[in-house]
Design a protein. Structure first.
Length: 406
């Protein structure tokens, strides 16, 4: 689709009224390309260079900007448009980091190549297009704003792809709290995410005894015990049979496993890392107890071994937005005006910065909306469809207007 045709869709309401100039759409595409061209892999490269781009962009837009250090050479960048204080603040949260490249790329990962209506590159979907749409929304409101009744913030964060320490620091530093309404511009395929599946990471360890492979009965095979434990975890998760209409069923993935010393030595130790995604009514406490019990007992038939499960990160609960939150009404209306149809409301199996903020504060006014498809995230030849960047920017800007200015 040609850029002009895309813009006509993205910036014309059902009554033919243009609410954003074409230049903002074109800028959102350019900013996406600029951001993709800046590697910000977590943790090897980090966000230093990209944070300077974000800070400079905000300042040139005439926005009040704060650089908040979180970790060595890793800073959150916060832009703020001040309102009258009649309403609580609205904050968009967008992370600057990406996952590593991995294997299998056929497109250059940092060239921001445009091909067939798509921008290719690491972070194109997750989430440099969402960050670009947020930056252009901030600029648009700075240049065209009505009097805002509450503060509008754009928080560009570090470390979302790991421990989400940037989001946690927003709370610890008092930048966002329980009163704020929060939008993460993660890739939602222009759907409104109203529920997050819970997430828990565990390290499973098994301990045995080394022995010569010719006399294995003198040892205790820790890898064998680990295999039994992991199989039993998978089986138990299947047996739970719990499924939620928004976020689906429980899944467990074995992300990493290592153990043993040498081919001809009975293994004396083994460790594995697992990722558990779970719906309500499961809780952090219930999934922790389940995994720890299986780790303790699952390998017992391998004589002389023992196992344990350690929490890698505090389990995050499943979340659902307050159905009475005003932001739901405002985004539904903005989407209807611009797209001429009703927005689809979904749950997702991944966690976001706003989920972390919700857990720390108890805030239930958190949703996710952005360009790109999560199916493109973290894989080779990641891309975002160009038309979604313009549509997302327009919908975000109109949502902020409805929430803070009308």
């Amino acid at each position: 689709m040609e850029v002009e045709a895309i813009w006509q869709i993205a910036s014309t309401t059902d009554d033919g009224q243009r609410r954003m100039d074409k230049a903002y759409f074109e800028e959102a595409v350019k900013v996406t390309q600029d951001l993709v061209k800046i590697p910000s892999v977590n943790p090897t490269i980090g966000e230093k260079e990209i944070s300077h781009y974000v800070e400079r962009y905000m300042k040139e837009a005439g926005v009040e900007v704060v650089r908040k250090n979180v970790l060595p050479d890793r800073d959150n960048i916060i832009g703020r448009l001040r309102g009258s204080g009649q309403r609580p603040p609205l904050a968009i949260v967008a992370h600057m980091d990406t996952v590593p490249l991995g294997e299998g790329w056929t497109k250059p990962p940092f060239d921001a190549l445009i091909e067939d209506g798509r921008i290719y590159g690491r972070g194109a979907a997750d989430m440099k297009s969402g960050l670009a749409a947020s930056l252009v929304t901030l600029k648009y409101l700075a240049q065209n704003r009505k009097q805002l009744k509450g503060d509008f913030l754009l928080c560009a964060t570090i470390d979302e792809e790991s421990m989400m320490q940037g989001a946690a620091d927003l709370v610890d530093a008092g930048i966002v709290g329980n009163d704020a309404t929060l939008i993460a511009t993660e890739p939602s395929h222009l759907q409104m995410v109203v529920a997050h599946k819970g997430v828990a990471w565990f390290e499973i360890k098994t301990y045995g005894k080394n022995a010569h492979a010719g006399t294995p009965y003198r040892g205790a095979d820790a890898i064998h015990a680990m295999a039994l434990i992991l199989i039993k975890i998978k089986q138990k998760i299947e047996e739970l049979g719990i499924e939620d209409p928004l976020v689906g069923r429980t899944y467990v993935s074995i992300g990493k496993i290592q153990g043993g010393e040498k081919t001809n030595v009975v293994s004396g130790n083994c460790r594995a890392e697992i990722d558990l995604r779970y719906p309500p009514p499961l809780t952090p406490e219930s999934v922790t107890a389940l995994i720890q019990e299986i780790a303790r007992t699952g390998g017992q038939e391998v004589a002389g071994t023992r196992g344990e499960a350690l929490i890698m990160i505090p389990p995050r609960p499943s979340l659902r937005i307050d159905p009475q939150a005003r932001i739901l009404t405002d985004m539904r209306k903005a989407y209807r005006e611009i797209m001429g149809s009703e927005i689809k409301e979904i749950g997702v199996p991944y966690y976001t910065d706003v989920g972390t903020i919700s857990v720390k504060t108890g805030n239930k006014k958190c949703l996710v909306f952005g360009p790109g498809n999560i199916e493109q995230a973290h894989g080779p030849d990641e891309y975002v469809e160009i038309d979604q960047i313009g549509k997302a920017t327009h919908i975000l800007a109109r949502t902020v207007e409805l929430h803070l200015a009308e």
